[in-house]
Design a protein around this ligand. Sequence first.
Ligand code: SF4
Length: 115
Amino acid sequence: MSHDRISRRSLLKGALLTLAATPAASLVARDAFAAAPLVDPTETQAVGLGYTHDATKVDPKARPTWKAGAHCANCALYSGAAGAAQGPCSIFPGKEVKAAGWCAAWALKPGAKLG
Ligand code: SF4
């Protein structure tokens, strides 16, 4: 009889602990999929490459390799998902760039078009 009581108590305690731990576990899982930080255009490497979050603001005189319609989303070094606002770039490991961004390392992604 008392063995049954202990078992029920243990079962109830375990269920309560599971319920209490569920929100914490979901927070950890959500953080694991959080986006990497955006590249800061003022950091040294970004400045050197003329990185900007908005390719339409590139001064073609200052950056003669820039082409109209070139932006991170159609760059070979960009690996963001299609349609995403930002994504990873192999030039800036551990960070993300804007799909609409641009830098002097831009190269047309195979099969992509300018624009
Ligand atoms: S290398 Fe390509 S994807 Fe990376 S910042 Fe420059 S233009 Fe954007």
